[in-house]
Design a protein around this ligand. Sequence first.
Ligand code: ADP
Ligand code: ADP
Length: 225
Amino acid sequence: MAEIVLEGITKRYPDGSVAVRALDLTVADGEFVILVGPSGCGKSTTLNMIAGLEDITDGTLRIGGRVVNDRAPKDRDIAMVFQSYALYPHMTVRQNMGFALRLAKADKAVIAAKVEEAARILDLTEHLDRRPAHLSGGQRQRVAMGRAIVRDPKAFLMDEPLSNLDAKLRVQMRTQISRLQRRLGTTTVYVTHDQVEAMTLGDRVVVLRAGVVQQVGAPQQLYDA
Ligand code: ADP
Ligand code: ADP
């Protein structure tokens, strides 16, 4: 089970500002949840607390049934997908995708197999030996996703992964991401400020405003509201 449970999660930054206030949210195993809302409402802070990149001031965070408040990011069994510029420019696609597994000292044959499988799923097989500079924006973003997939994480955490792409590519990648998530069935939390992404990508939308949940529902319910 890779349920993510936030109970009374609060983030107070050292300057005293409260970015997230007593947030309760359960993301079911395999569910695709979108966090949406205006700039500054606390989306990234929430995602970063789930990832372990920001300390939780108050509340309890469970991933797959275990309290992970004090666990390092690498011990949370999650993978972050950032914007595509987070690729290592000097590494090939193959090296970029295998990087986390190499750090974790996985077996070479296992790494090769996982990278090739991810490349197949993401339609990157022909590009494995290229460097990011020689790829299109959409291909780079798929490499960023490949890096996450190869780790077989319990959950994907995505922070505005499409915001660097042009409008046409965004539409293509939206389709690819939702297909990929359905195919893998990996619990996903996806942050965006884009209403269209919020309404088309996920199973459920959580609208944040000033660090609190303003609305939660299936995209269609929110649309009707
Ligand atoms: P969003 O991702 O929705 O744009 P953030 O989570 O980045 O929002 O920010 C939420 C609030 O926390 C904002 O008011 C922001 O200014 C504040 N904030 C973010 N990072 C810090 C920080 N390191 N120190 C103080 N306040 C911060
Ligand atoms: P940093 O230098 O920022 O700590 P590294 O890439 O050196 O990040 O990786 C440190 C740890 O983070 C590794 O043990 C790895 O398992 C984990 N890690 C690597 N890539 C990701 C990712 N996409 N999402 C979450 N954790 C990751």
